[in-house]
Write a protein that binds this ligand. Sequence first.
Ligand SMILES: NC(=O)c1ccc[n+]([C@@H]2O[C@H](COP(=O)([O-])OP(=O)(O)OC[C@H]3O[C@@H](n4cnc5c(N)ncnc54)[C@H](O)[C@@H]3O)[C@@H](O)[C@H]2O)c1
Length: 351
Amino acid sequence: MDHKIRIALIGCGNIGAVHANAYRAEKDRAEIVACCDVNRERGEAFAARFGIPAFYTDMEEMLAEVRPDAVSVCTWNSAHAPATVCSLRAGAHVLCEKPMAMNTAEALEMERAADQTGKLLMVGFVRRFGNDAAFLKPVIEAKEMGDLYYAKAQYLRGKGYPAGWFGDLKYAGGGPFIDLGVHVIDLVRYLAGNPLPVSAYGVTCRSLSDQRRAWGGGWKSEGVGFAYDCEDSASAIITFENGLRLLVETSYSLDIPEEVNRIELYGTKKSAFLDPSLSYISYPTDNTPRIEHPECEIDGQVFFSREIAHFLDCIEHGTPCRAPARDGVELMRILDAVYESAKTGQTVKIR
Ligand SMILES: NC(=O)c1ccc[n+]([C@@H]2O[C@H](COP(=O)([O-])OP(=O)(O)OC[C@H]3O[C@@H](n4cnc5c(N)ncnc54)[C@H](O)[C@@H]3O)[C@@H](O)[C@H]2O)c1
């Protein structure tokens, strides 16, 4: 490219700020030229904070006037599809936050828009950018763990949900399963070589909704006047075409002393535990647990910096995208199947 990649941000909230920081760190090749939020006060304060020259409350107006090369979609979930589709149609590449959409139908529409415009659509599967994933993926690909046959993933919060729209089905599309489940299900799928899901059985609980609490732990979304009508917790068993079975548990408000964010991967030769990042790989042949992996700290801003750097590499150098729309669609198929199964009490066939 003969000029810096011109970026626009849609959604000036918590994660918008994390994206903005990551773009600022790439100032030699990218510049944020505009941002947009339906909340004027919030968006103007955001533009001032990050020195962004133009602010809009209407995304279509922004896209038409600014013509950005690329857009980060950082809105609440129900705006992901409209913001992504109109950005792609305006000629921009898009990095869309997770979950990709409210459901599979929206995700397919987004993927179609990317195919038709020839623009990149990347999904914000940020845990694909951890150094634990970088270490484990080739280990698994080289079959050092044998065949992965079973995995367990837990992402459990006990102190409530992050307030605002996160609990409102109209804006979030679901509760902890769509919000937290996405991270751990995607990481398992990515490490396992992105196998296609074939079926899911799920249960959801809404037993504590009268005791709902906004999360005291940190992440807090903006907004009052939203409903709380999502599940409090959800669990599922997902099967994949390569024989891998995954047991997932998620919650906003299980009565637990502290957050759990844990993945266990069981292979026919070795097993790996991420708690939340890679903490241990078993070496069953010599019976001595050994830890042979680099430091694998969870550091949010580092993940996002790598994710944004990769998005820019894809645009600038045509680097194959590590988190393409196709994987977002498969994740949405899983989420839809789990929520449908929780309603019907039946296992749902995905393919
Ligand atoms: N990758 C991660 O680890 C991670 C972490 C947190 C949140 N997220 C995702 O990021 C997204 C945003 O979450 P958040 O915590 O920043 O929420 P937030 O409430 O802090 O910010 C969302 C912003 O989007 C704005 N918005 C909504 N609709 C809009 C529209 N049509 N046009 C312009 N602006 C609009 C809202 O006014 C709000 O300011 C969600 O999809 C969430 O799932 C990802």
